[in-house]
Design a protein around this ligand. Sequence first.
Ligand code: NAG
Length: 195
Amino acid sequence: MKLYKILILFSINFIIAVLSTEETSVKCGACMLVVREFEKAIKAVDPKKMTTVGSFRVDPKGNQKGLVEIPFARSEAHLQDVLEEVCEKSKKYTQTIHPVTGKKTYIHEEIIVEYKRIPGMSNKLHSACIDFVDDNDSEIIKFMQKEAEDTLRDLCHDKLGLCTSVDVSPFPDPTPNDDELDTPSYNDDLGNDEL
Ligand SMILES: *[C@@H]1O[C@H](CO)[C@@H](O)[C@H](O)[C@H]1NC(C)=O
């Protein structure tokens, strides 16, 4: 009964916050989704996995360079595969208030568990994602091929200008794993409890 009341209070506060807050554009949300999902997909590949790519370039002395080995994770073949599926991830995204900037933004629901999905949002994000990938696929591949400190800012803000510098502020690190905590996490309780 008590938890139920807390949940209602949370929901009311959340709705008020949502209605009165500045919002990250859906185009920016699509760009951030793409970069975050690429980074996850790249991390999921064994860094020792290599692939051979053909190089037909000729050096100044007239010798063909031949074939080179590069890590599979950031190879064009892998990145193209990721690109094809990436917008499907929008179903797992939800809107929430950024804990640092106070701006309404888009985030994977596994990072923010205490808020409910806003209905209808994922369709909007999905079609913005499809448009973004169609329009800017070569830039996406180019940026994901090299490792950078903050690809989100580099691509979505500096290069494409789809996000403001406030939009690309990183989220604080997610709450630590359960096994690192002595007490059960309050956020987990709320996330698993359906109204
Ligand atoms: C692709 O990037 C350009 C900037 O180079 C931007 O103007 C355009 O809106 C982007 N396309 C989409 C659909 O987000």
